[in-house]
Design a binder for this molecule. Structure first.
Ligand code: CMC
Length: 434
């Protein structure tokens, strides 16, 4: 894979380090473009010294794992799942095919896809207790809060999921979690919009089943094929994104040998944040606040003065156009053809144009990310902003589980337990006050 292995990643060598505190010299091996952080520990001032650490708030330059799932070249704007460019998968694959690819490393044969689809489909039911739990929440609740509780609560029905070292058990839980997510999304949306819970038999077309769970009121419901296709594309684009905040949360929680339901609940919690998956909701709120194209320049000026961020812009890894945003922009046009135009599209397009030509954004390499246009599609489908991140979570569950499985199978992984630089008070002694 010549595109992946950059010269710095393949070249082995060493880093020569001289500690000016002691005058001692060290050679730290460089492998795969990295030094091992634990190799720093030998650098000490004396025998009692703990050893050198690296300080990296936000893990900006720390590789916490070796992974074979997703590759991103942030400068070139490339995203591959298991080596396949996202553009090709979005164009030709189904979501369940992509989920299989993420989990197993290869695309399924027709027979494997059929077996996988049937297995996921068979897991779409949720226990009555989870239905009751969802219905116990106030209708004003944020859907992500409810999803967090429901996914975590599912673990209570599957204590056998604690046997994470057993591959068969892991696979059962993986199938179940992917199978129930559309059902949970539909259940939550129905409850929060005052509708009775309804279950429709899963067809195995994951995008269609998700739309049915959300919107169907009777057996006759048939979503527009263009909308099914758009939902399939959105699910694929959101399926994985290597070591993002929520995936890192899933891996962190899983590193304590925690069951996968709790891990995915942790992923949902991280995704909820407006700097991460919650950005798609925040973008829509921002566009509603701007309202009209003529107010775009004033809004951008306020962002540049530090009075808020341009939501849906910027990324820790992409310093170029997010390839997912490009595909979503095209998909939006297809959805608008089916559902009618979203008038806020003009505002979004104007906002993007102004930002991309402005020195503030150019200098900081801030481009539209996956969340910039997705909310416009969800809104055109009739979903309220709070549900946008739920759809993201439904899709990302496949990536979270692939990453969780990879971590469990990786002998090098240990419980995630970072160090700190203590900056608090020195020793002091308690004396009762007053
Ligand atoms: N609007 C205005 N300024 C920004 C933005 C933005 N959206 N993003 C970054 N900057 C500025 C930031 O103020 C800083 O400027 P300066 O150097 O003058 O202090 C510089 O760009 C670097 O920003 P950073 O916060 O150090 O970058 P980061 O890598 O820590 O943050 C980010 C990445 C995605 C959290 C950030 O770009 C952001 O807050 N974007 C808006 C929220 C958003 O759209 N999130 C979705 C991310 S993609 C999908 C997902 O993860 O779910």
């Amino acid at each position: 894979m010549p595109d992946v292995t950059t010269t710095s990643a393949i070249a082995t060598g060493h880093l020569a380090v001289q500690d000016s505190r002691t005058g001692k010299a060290y050679e730290l091996p460089i492998r795969e473009g990295a030094i091992r952080a634990t190799d720093l520990r030998q650098i000490k001032t004396d025998a009692k010294d703990f050893g050198l650490m690296s300080y990296d708030p936000g893990l900006v330059n720390t590789a916490a794992c070796r992974s074979a799932i997703t590759f991103i070249d942030g400068d070139a704007g490339k995203l591959w799942y298991r080596g396949y460019p996202i553009e090709e998968l979005a164009e030709g694959a189904t979501f369940l095919e992509v989920a299989y690819l993420l989990l197993h490393g290869e695309l399924p044969t027709p027979a494997q896809l059929d077996a996988w689809t049937q297995a996921v489909r068979a897991e779409s039911e949720v226990p009555d207790g989870i239905v009751a739990l969802v219905r116990s929440f106030p209708r004003e609740a944020h859907p992500m809060s409810v999803l967090l509780a429901a996914v975590g609560g599912l673990g209570a029905y599957h204590p056998e999921s604690k046997a994470i070292q057993q591959p068969e058990q892991r696979l059962r839980d993986i199938r179940r979690l992917i199978g129930v997510m559309p059902t949970l999304a539909g259940l939550i949306y129905r409850h929060l919009t005052g509708r009775e819970p309804r279950r429709f038999p899963a067809t195995g077309d994951y995008a269609r089943d998700l739309l049915t769970a959300l919107f169907a009121d009777d057996e006759q419901y048939t979503p527009d094929p263009r909308v099914v296709r758009a939902m399939n594309v959105l699910l694929i684009l959101h399926a994985d994104h290597e070591q993002n905040c929520s995936t890192n949360a899933v891996r962190n929680i899983g590193s304590a040998d925690t069951d996968p339901y709790s891990c995915i609940a942790g992923g949902v919690a991280a995704l909820y944040g407006p700097l991460h998956g919650g950005a798609n909701e925040a973008v829509l709120r921002m566009l509603h606040q701007i309202q009209t194209v003529d107010r775009v320049p004033g809004f951008v000026d306020r962002v540049k003065r530090g009075e808020g961020r341009l939501m849906g812009f910027g990324h820790r890894v992409y310093k170029n156009y997010d390839p997912r945003a490009r595909i979503i922009k095209r998909t939006a046009e297809e959805v608008f053809a089916a559902q009618g135009m979203n008038p806020l599209l003009d505002v979004a397009v104007a906002l993007e144009k102004v930002a991309l030509e402005d020195a503030y954004f150019i200098e900081r390499k801030l481009y539209p990310n996956v969340d910039f246009y997705s909310g416009l599609i969800y809104e055109a489908l009739g979903l309220p902003p709070g549900m946008f991140t739920v759809i993201f979570a439904v899709a990302r569950t496949s990536g979270w589980l692939a990453q969780w499985q990879e971590m469990v199978e990786d002998d090098e992984q240990k419980i995630a337990r970072p160090r700190q630089i203590y900056i608090g008070p020195g020793l002091r002694h308690y004396t009762p006050r007053g």
